[in-house]
Design a protein around this ligand. Structure first.
Ligand SMILES: O=P(O)(O)OC[C@H]1O[C@](O)(COP(=O)(O)O)[C@@H](O)[C@@H]1O
Ligand SMILES: [Mg+2]
Ligand SMILES: [Mg+2]
Length: 336
């Protein structure tokens, strides 16, 4: 059986489903090309001199790894001259990056976490790239894009996806017509459609959370996890399994494949009150994908895709995955 490539899939989405414009199709192809270059750099590891940290910190005060910066540069360079973007924003940059005047401009905005799971880079565990596409507001035509143009709720995303650099490199994508997955054919250098119609089972008995933060969590999360730990003799009546890779991309990819619930909740630490993960670069694109695959995503109280962002680097509590389990955690919050 001859499989479709990413290009063929996108042409179909444009011509037959009218799910993407020609610009978005080209934009996604450009992001995918950049992810291929990042996959290549990741694969070289110590041989390519890409492991280890730099002396710099990003805007969030986190030490930057060489691969954080390299991946950011690859994405910026690949997308600058394509003519489909008005501006970009990244977890690794303090403010937006407007398309320079020497290049043609388009009407879309691209946001990304260039390298997700930074703590796993040097230990050879799966990492990834997450991206989100928005349309610039109509009144932005003919003027410079501002940060406020990016501050749209996640339900306005035109497309979102992630690449996971693991035993295989995969690109998982939604343009609002379900979720599909492509595997990188390393010999041919092509993204090949291998996972059609990815769906998350509604039920699960597998949770993912960083248990070392337990003492800081809010009460509903503590109660829920305690009930999971109580297993089949506890109130939930079943034994749970636990996984925590510490790369959101890899944890979400597992959930996309076999279900589960992923939680990085708000907590009582000054650094955790608003959550750890970033709304615009991590929570929104992943929530769009998860919902398109039949799952759910909230911050405990509110659907993530309905949150009105206040800042580019805003953080948020994240609870996402199998629908019935996410709703269950929502009930713990309601009872609080
Ligand atoms: O080290 P912790 O607290 O378990 O946090 C892990 C989480 O942090 C992240 O690595 C944050 O992303 P970055 O690596 O892009 O900063 C998530 O991918 C992951 O889920
Ligand atoms: Mg990240
Ligand atoms: Mg990152």
């Amino acid at each position: 059986m001859k499989r479709k490539t990413l290009t063929q899939y996108l042409v179909e989405q444009q011509r037959m489903e009218q799910a993407v414009s020609a610009e978005v199709r080209l934009l996604i192809e450009t992001v995918a090309r950049a992810c291929k270059a990042i996959a290549h750099a990741v694969g070289k590891g110590a041989l390519g001199g890409v492991l280890g940290s730099l002396d710099s910190e990003n805007v969030q005060g986190e030490v930057q790894k060489k691969l954080d910066v390299l991946s950011n540069e690859i994405l910026l360079e690949a997308n600058e001259w394509g003519g489909h973007l008005a501006a970009m924003a990244s977890e690794e940059m303090e403010t937006l990056h407007r398309i320079p005047n020497r290049y043609p401009k388009g009407e879309y905005l691209l946001l990304f976490d260039p390298l997700d799971g930074s703590s796993n880079i040097d230990v050879n565990v799966s990492i990834g790239t997450i991206f989100s596409v928005l349309q610039a507001p109509a009144d932005a035509a003919g003027r410079d894009i501002e940060e406020s143009d990016f501050l749209q709720p996640g339900n306005k995303q035109v497309a979102a996806g992630y690449a996971v650099y693991g035993p295989q490199s995969m690109l998982v994508l939604t343009v609002g017509t379900g979720v599909v997955g492509f595997t990188l054919d390393r010999e041919m250098g092509t993204w090949v459609l291998t996972h059609e119609d990815m769906t998350i089972p509604e039920e699960t008995s597998e949770f993912a959370i960083n248990m070392s933060n337990m003492r800081h969590w809010e009460e509903p999360v503590k109660l829920y996890i305690n009930d999971c730990l109580a297993g089949s003799t506890g109130p939930l009546g079943k034994d749970y399994n636990m996984r925590w890779i510490a790369s959101m991309v890899a944890d979400v990819h597992r959930i996309m494949t076999r279900g589960g619930i992923f939680m990085y909740p708000r907590d009582a630490r000054p650094s955790g009150r608003k959550g750890k993960l970033r709304l615009m670069y991590e929570a929104n694109p992943m929530s769009f994908l998860v919902e398109q695959a039949g799952g759910a995503a909230t911050d405990g109280d509110t659907r993530i895709l309905d949150i009105n962002p206040e800042g580019l680097h805003q953080r948020v509590g994240v609870i996402l995955g199998s629908k019935n389990e996410v709703e269950r955690v929502g009930r713990y919050h309601l009872e609080d």
